[in-house]
Design a protein around this ligand. Structure first.
Ligand code: NAG
Ligand code: NAG
Ligand code: NAG
Ligand code: NAG
Ligand code: NAG
Ligand code: NAG
Ligand code: NAG
Length: 599
């Protein structure tokens, strides 16, 4: 019946290791003593006493202390390793002495294809590394190291250098192709064999059949426009198009926006690649290295990859293919390696909102609701966007591949099949002339997105945004009872409530210690000038109106708005005006209501 009864095994009182010894606390020597000991027994780990002798084995008696009963005779074999354990996994037991397409790279270099000579880096500034069956691709954020002869430096799982370097060149720009080395888990690059290379980066295996079919690279996020609504729209939109993973490049966003990104990391939808190195560059100057990195990062990760900006939506236009993946599924020609889409512009006059307020606000602010004035279709050569087969492309740029390993460089997709809807913010223009370029594509016509996408997208955006930002509040008593469990801390809302009670005798507080009679008289005929008498509260225009109004009934009082943070947390058990509003808003569109309910 009890598990103790069946525990019959032998046990040593002392495990002897190389330099330490392990013994039971409370001067217990035998397992029998441990089992019969009333209190919890601990194990002491001490320096080894060589003269100590192991006791003989013992049989376990039936009645034992619960905490002393979970004993093992042997370590789980998975964990029988020490700090120097560094195995070579099967996928990584590969050595090569050349890189594929080396001749072609040499030819391209001679033709000077892809030299950037951009910015002022004084080192390579490694970004990432990916192991393929026949090479390791290292990406960098420098854009001025073209054709430089370098050495690949390999490190094992303990970052110990594997002294088997490989000579190669920086080609294409921001990229180094290295040979494979058994056991290499980290890699760096140096110009000479003598110098100490910069920090090594982990080698990410890409040696299996790609785990994804269609993924999306989002160009670097930066700038002052609030992003959370655009990010959730982007990700949820492309999920509806069949995308299953997103590489999101990040320079900076607000802390508020970052919460959403991190939530997508949590659920395995995205990876965030932080764009940073110790060299000067303005935020918008990350675009080329972002494209280059995502091109290589997507090889053997996905069959198809779209390289696009946060404000671009690939849109299927024919009845035959409703989603991007249903269209991609029809492509079987191995020479189609880069699908090229034309653009239509939409004038976007305003920034998207900084924060979620309520469902009605969010639905109204969704960019596909707010902005529908669409330009004519551009030509194939005005800022087109691409979906590529990453492993077939030799060099990628923002709008098209520069060089390819196999297939045809350009497959132009007729605009009756698909276009890219490009929302152009006219408020924040980095590039002069962009506005005029867009206006050249007049006339503009109102053209909403397909009804089924609108419906599904609205609902999935609401669900995610509410999951992330619509924090479920509880009342002040509930908060106070939790705070009290932490060394009798007080909830700030509770303190505030106490102060109010103290201030207004009708609310049942005691006034004796804090206020003079004069002050209390003043408080009881209170008008809007009254503010709570503490240092932390500042007076405010509207503060006490609700609090002291005679019309205000029993518990439906509101905390003064004088200290903003506190009143945010303060929620009386009866709904305040705020919560009443939210409930009302929820009911405004009863049709869609069911879709907004959290999963
Ligand atoms: C080592 O163990 C022996 C025998 O138990 C004991 O006499 C001796 O004092 C111990 N030495 C130390 C340094 O603890
Ligand atoms: C770690 O384990 C290995 C293999 O079992 C062994 O050869 C090595 O000596 C151990 N190293 C240390 C420091 O205990
Ligand atoms: C690249 O380097 C090779 C050898 O170092 C050299 O022969 C070639 O001219 C270089 N190409 C360019 C475009 O600099
Ligand atoms: C990003 O950083 C720049 C300067 O480094 C700053 O001016 C800008 O406000 C930041 N943007 C956001 C959204 O935090
Ligand atoms: C669409 O944009 C054009 C060009 O700015 C403008 O003339 C037109 O009035 C807009 N249409 C609507 C319905 O806003
Ligand atoms: C919480 O409030 C009570 C009553 O005002 C007070 O006695 C106590 O000291 C406060 N606790 C802390 C940790 O400030
Ligand atoms: C509170 O103030 C009122 C009005 O000034 C006074 O009559 C009353 O005695 C005070 N209460 C206590 C407990 O001192």
């Amino acid at each position: 019946m009890h598990l103790f009864h069946i525990l019959r095994f032998t046990f040593l009182t002392c495990f002897t290791y190389a330099s330490v010894q392990v013994s039971f606390s409370n001067r217990l020597k035998t397992i029998e003593e441990v089992y019969n000991f009333k209190n919890e027994v601990k194990i002491n780990v001490d320096l080894k006493n060589d003269t100590e002798v192991n006791d003989p084995s013992t049989t376990i008696p039936p009645h034992v202390n619960f905490h002393n009963s979970h004993l093992n005779t042997e370590e789980d074999p998975i964990f029988t390793y020490n700090s120097s354990y560094c195995p070579i996994e099967e996928w990584n037991n590969v050595r090569t002495d050349s890189i594929p397409y080396a001749d072609r790279h040499k030819l391209w270099a001679e033709l000077n294809i892809g030299q950037a000579k951009y910015l002022y880096h004084e080192s390579f500034a490694l970004l990432a590394a990916f192991a393929h069956s026949d090479q390791i691709i290292v990406t960098m954020t420098s854009e001025n190291q073209f054709n430089k002869t370098v050495y690949c430096r390999y490190y094992d799982c303990r970052r110990k250098e594997i002294p088997d370097q490989f000579e190669t060149v920086v080609y294409p720009e921001s990229t180094v192709f290295c040979a494979r080395r058994p056991g290499a888990k980290y890699i760096s690059i140096s110009e000479t064999l003598e110098e100490k290379p910069e920090y090594s980066v982990p080698i990410v295996p890409r040696v299996e059949k790609p785990p994804h079919y269609f993924t999306v690279c989002m160009a670097t996020l930066y700038g002052d426009e609030p992003k959370f609504l655009q990010i959730v729209d982007f990700i949820e939109y492309y999920k509806l198009q069949g995308a299953t993973f997103f590489h999101i490049y990040l320079r900076n966003v607000t802390d508020y926006d970052r919460v959403l990104l991190d939530d997508y990391v949590r659920t395995g939808d995205i990876e965030i690649i932080k764009m940073h190195d110790p060299y000067w560059r303005d935020d918008f100057m990350w675009h080329h290295v972002q494209i280059n990195d995502c091109h290589h990062r997507s090889k053997y990760f996905s069959k198809w990859t779209a390289l696009i900006d946060i404000d671009e939506r690939m849109e299927m236009r024919s009845d035959s293919y409703k989603t991007v993946t249903s269209f991609l599924d029809t492509i079987h020609d191995p020479n189609v390696v880069n699908l090229h889409f034309k653009i239509q512009w939409i004038i976007k006059e305003f920034n998207t909102p900084e924060r979620y307020e309520n469902d009605e606000q969010l639905i109204e602010e969704m960019i596909f609701h707010k902005y529908q004035n669409l330009s004519r279709v551009g030509t194939f050569w005005t800022q087109p966007k691409c979906i590529i087969r990453p492993e077939k492309i030799g060099m990628m740029t923002i709008h098209a591949p520069l060089a390819i390993y196999s297939g045809i460089r350009r497959s132009l997709v007729n605009h009756e099949i698909a276009v890219v809807r490009h929302y152009r913010n006219v408020e924040q223009r980095v590039f002069r002339g962009a506005y005029q370029k867009m206006m050249n594509h007049a006339p503009f016509n109102i053209s909403p997105i397909a009804e089924w996408i609108d419906r599904k997208l609205t609902s999935s955006i609401l669900n995610r945004v509410k999951w992330v930002y619509d924090i479920l509040d509880v009342n002040c008593d509930q908060k106070q009872s939790i705070y009290q469990r932490h060394g009798k801390l007080n909830a700030s809302c509770w303190v505030e409530q106490q102060q109010l009670n103290d201030l207004d005798p009708s609310l049942g507080g005691t006034n004796a210690s804090l206020f003079t009679e004069e002050e209390m008289t003043f408080a009881s005929q209170a008008t809007s000038e009254v503010s709570p008498p503490t240092e932390t509260s500042e007076p405010s225009e509207t503060s006490s109106v609700n609090t002291f109004s005679t019309e205000n009934d029993k518990n439906a009082f509101k905390a003064p708005e004088s200290s903003e943070k506190r009143s945010e947390q303060f929620r009386p058990s009866t709904p305040t005006q705020d919560t009443a509003n939210t409930i009302e808003n929820n009911q405004i569109n009863p049709e869609n209501d069911k879709n907004w309910v959290l999963p």
